[in-house]
Design a protein around this ligand. Structure first.
Ligand code: PNS
Length: 176
């Protein structure tokens, strides 16, 4: 871990605490972006197991099929041995309870995310004891959303910095 400049390491005594070892990163991932991957990677350093859970929502129109989204996520997380990819239908907290996942990890891009995410975290917490943990998005991805990536790609804009190469290829194919 990088020390803060000017602060020498001091010995610290850690007590024994019950740690959250498995978390879920939920989303539609239509498609996965570098912003999603930033959060998944950072979560994979903090927790023993990270489950990336893709919502199956037949009533929501998506650009990519479920299989395509799973394939892209599989490729994107192939180098992270403690990350797996799954799907879920219905309530996220039911998925968490069924799979013994005590916490949901969500990203916080900007203040505009806060009200929405807080409300959902509190609703989920009221239904079960599944907790929600927020990881601040890295500044370079704070404006990033799958919907915007699709809009820009559809208009012929350059999204190569925002998604992995194999996602870029699929976006290019989808809009050519
Ligand atoms: O990538 P998205 O579309 O912003 O992800 C949203 C997602 C899948 C995290 C959210 O819609 C969700 O959790 N859906 C499952 C339904 C649910 O549990 N609803 C109750 C929320 S309080």
């Amino acid at each position: 871990m990088r020390p803060v400049a000017g602060h020498a390491a001091r010995p610290v005594r850690f007590g024994s605490v019950a740690a959250v070892t498995r978390v879920v990163c939920p989303g539609s991932f239509d498609p996965v972006t570098n912003g999603h991957l930033d959060i998944v990677r950072r979560a994979s350093r903090l927790f023993d197991e990270v489950v990336v859970a893709v919502l199956v929502n037949e009533s929501k129109k998506s650009l990519f099929t479920l299989d395509e989204r799973l394939e892209m996520l599989g490729e994107a997380t192939a180098d992270l041995p403690n990350v797996s990819v799954a799907t879920f239908r219905g309530l996220l907290v039911n998925f968490c309870v069924e799979h013994d996942v005590p916490a949901i990890v969500k990203c916080m891009r900007a203040v505009s995310d806060f009200d929405y995410e807080l409300q959902r975290a509190q609703m989920n917490g009221s239904l079960t004891d599944v907790d929600t943990l927020f990881i601040p998005t890295s500044p370079e991805y704070s404006y990033l959303a799958s919907s915007l990536v699709k809009e820009v790609a559809k208009g012929g804009g350059d999204v190569s910095r925002l998604v992995p190469p194999y996602v870029l290829d699929r976006l290019t194919a989808a809009f050519s």
